[in-house]
Design a protein around this ligand. Structure first.
Ligand SMILES: [Zn+2]
Length: 165
C-alpha cells in the first residue's frame, strides 16, 4: 500500500483508493483543464477507514452569480439533479457517497474558503492540483467538529482490497 501526502497517524482519517480510481480523477482533471473538474466517490465506511469503490465524474455547472465572480477555472458546482441521481445509484448498489473530488488548475491542492463553506461534514474532499495541464499533487481533506478542514491520508491499495475484511 502506498500512502500519499501525509504521515499516517490516525486510521479513522484514511481514504483508500485503487490505482484506477486515482487514474479516473487525474484523467478527468487533465481533460477539463484549465477549468475545475469535479466528481463523486462511492464506497463503504468501516472501522478501518473509507474504502472507495467507484468514482463518478460529473459536469462542473458553476455559474458566476455576479460580474467579477470567479469562473469555472476557480470554482465548481455539481448539479443537484446529478447529486440526487448518484445518491439513488448509491442506494441501489448499497454504497455510500463518501467524498467529492475537484481540481485546482494552476493552484495548490489546498481547500479554499469557498470549498470550506460548501463542504459537508461527513464527506472527504479530494483536491487535485493541475499545473500547466499536468497533475502535480493530490490531497484529501475532511471537516473537523469546528468545520475546519483537516488533512486526511490517501492510501492507494495495490491489491484490489484483498486484505480488507
Ligand atoms: Zn477548490
Amino acid at each position: 500500500m502506498i500512502y500519499v501526502g501525509f504521515e499516517i497517524d490516525r486510521l479513522d482519517v484514511v481514504i483508500y483508493l485503487l490505482p484506477e480510481h486515482l487514474q479516473v480523477i487525474y484523467t478527468h482533471a487533465v481533460s477539463i483543464y484549465p477549468e475545475e473538474c469535479c466528481g463523486i466517490l462511492l464506497g463503504e465506511i468501516s472501522s478501518s477507514g473509507k474504502k472507495t469503490l467507484q468514482v463518478i465524474t460529473t459536469e462542473n455547472v458553476w455559474i458566476p452569480e455576479n460580474t467579477g465572480d470567479f469562473g469555472k477555472e476557480r470554482r465548481y458546482a455539481i448539479a443537484p439533479q446529478a447529486m440526487l441521481q448518484i445518491q439513488k445509484q448509491a442506494r441501489d448498489e448499497s454504497l455510500n457517497i463518501i467524498g467529492i473530488f475537484h481540481s485546482h488548475p494552476d493552484y495548490p491542492a489546498i481547500p479554499s474558503e469557498c470549498d470550506r463553506a460548501q463542504a459537508w461534514q461527513e464527506y472527504s474532499y479530494i483536491i487535485v492540483s493541475v499545473n500547466k495541464g499536468k497533475v502535480i499533487d493530490v490531497k484529501s481533506w475532511c471537516l473537523d467538529e469546528n468545520y475546519q478542514f483537516q488533512a486526511e491520508e490517501i492510501a492507494i491499495v495495490e491489491d484490489e482490497y484483498s486484505t480488507f475484511r
